[in-house]
Design a protein. Sequence first.
Length: 59
Amino acid sequence: MESYLIRIYRRDKENPEGVIGIIEEIGAEKKEPFRNLSELGKIICPAIKKGRKRHEKRK
């Protein structure tokens, strides 16, 4: 299972999707910026799908 550090620097109270930050995978040196929750989800989603595939194989 992957672990992430998510830093949110700005949040728009009137627009819940409006966040700006950086996501960093723990143990990796790669950092990726995001400008809204949709971008954050796209960064995390591939890792979640990989985790599901490993879990499905164990069944």
